[in-house]
Design a protein around this ligand. Structure first.
Ligand code: SAH
Length: 222
C-alpha cells in the first residue's frame, strides 16, 4: 500500500519513529550511537495515562510525584555531551520515569540511577525489568550526595537543577570523567554545563540554556 491515510499499525509506528528521530537530528542530536539508543528505547513505555499519546513529541511531559520526563532532544543532547564509552560506569541523579537511564543502559557497562521519590524508583525499576535492561540499578536516596559505595564514576548526569554542581558529585567523578548537569535557580533559565575532571582540577563548558525541575534535598514522601 502507498499513501498517507492507508498506513497500517506497523506503517504508522515506523512513520512516528522516523519523525521522532528526524526531530532529534534537526535539534542537534547527531551522534549515531545516541540516535540508535533512542531508536531502540521506546519513550512510549515511560509516559502514562493522558499524556501517553504525546510520547513521541519533542516536549517534556508530566509524570508521577509532580515531576517531568525531559524533552527528548534535551535527553539526546545531554547524552551526547556525556560521551559515554562502552566500559563506563555511569551515575544518573534524577531517575524520574527511567527514560534517560534506559538510554544510558544501551551505551554504558553499568548505570546507577538515584531518585528521592520511592514511587518513581519502584515504577522505573519495574520497567527496567520488563524491558530486560539488566545493567541498571535504581536506588532511592538524595542523589546530591552521589553513591559513595559505587564511586568513582566515569560519567555523571544530573537531570534536576542545582545552584552549583554538588561537591560530593564532583568528588565522585574519575579523573578524565565527565559530568553533565543543569545549574541555576529553579524558577529562572538555567544553564546546561559540562564539567570535565582533569589532572589539575575541573574544566567547565556552558552548553545551552535549559529548564529543569529543582534538585531538592532529602527523601520525598511518596
Ligand atoms: N531523568 C528523568 C527526568 C527527571 S525529572 C527521566 O528520564 O524521566 C527530575 C527528577 O529528579 C525527579 O524525578 C526528582 O524526584 C528527582 N530529584 C530531585 N532532587 C533530587 C535529589 N536530591 N536526589 C535524587 N533525585 C532528585
Amino acid at each position: 500500500m502507498t499513501g498517507g491515510a492507508d498506513f497500517d499499525e506497523d506503517g504508522s509506528a515506523a512513520e512516528r519513529k522516523m519523525r521522532f528521530l528526524y526531530a532529534l537530528r534537526s535539534r542537534g542530536v547527531t551522534d549515531s550511537r545516541v540516535l540508535s539508543a533512542m531508536e531502540v528505547i521506546d519513550r512510549g513505555h515511560f509516559v502514562r495515562g493522558l499524556f501517553a499519546e504525546r510520547a513521541y513529541e519533542d516536549m517534556p511531559l508530566p509524570i508521577a510525584c509532580g515531576q517531568t520526563i525531559s524533552q527528548p532532544s534535551i535527553v539526546g543532547i545531554m547524552t551526547q555531551a556525556l560521551a559515554v564509552q562502552p566500559r563506563d560506569k555511569v551515575l544518573e541523579v534524577g531517575t524520574g520515569s527511567g527514560y534517560q537511564a534506559a538510554i544510558l543502559s544501551q551505551l554504558a557497562r553499568r548505570v546507577y540511577t538515584v531518585d528521592r521519590h520511592r514511587r518513581l524508583v519502584r515504577e522505573a525499576d519495574a520497567l527496567f525489568r520488563a524491558l530486560d535492561l539488566t545493567n541498571i540499578t535504581a536506588i532511592t536516596g538524595d542523589g546530591s550526595f552521589g553513591l559513595p559505595d559505587q564511586a568513582p564514576f566515569d560519567r555523571i548526569i544530573v537531570t534536576a537543577a542545582a545552584e552549583d554542581p554538588p561537591g560530593p558529585l564532583l568528588a565522585q567523578l574519575k579523573t578524565g570523567g565527565i559530568m553533565v548537569l543543569p545549574v541555576g535557580q529553579s524558577d529562572t533559565v538555567q544553564s546546561l554545563i559540562k564539567v570535565t575532571r582533569t589532572e589539575r582540577g575541573f574544566d567547565y563548558d556552558e552548553l545551552r540554556p535549559v529548564r529543569f525541575v529543582p534538585l531538592v534535598e532529602g527523601i520525598g514522601t511518596e
